[in-house]
Design a protein. Sequence first.
Length: 106
Amino acid sequence: MNRITNYFYLLVAIFFIALSPVSFSNDETPGAHQQKQIALINARIYTISQGIIPSGTVVFDNGKITAVGQNVQIPANAEVINCMGKLIYPGFIAPSSTVGLAKTLP
């Protein structure tokens, strides 16, 4: 390789090395505290004790799961979120996990 090509590759490497701390340095902002109960309805729920619930409800209160099931009583003041077509794995996944879920092919 000639000298100009070597300098070009060196400059590109320095650019990416200098750019990497900027792209990875972001401040984490915690979310707001839960103000009222939340009910996730019509989701396909995978549980440990009840198996698969095809169309169930998960209720959260103060950041914790309080109810999971098909015939769960939704609190009157709860914010209701329709999760039709979504999957919920209550209590299965650690929030700090970097593995994720593998998509299952039919």
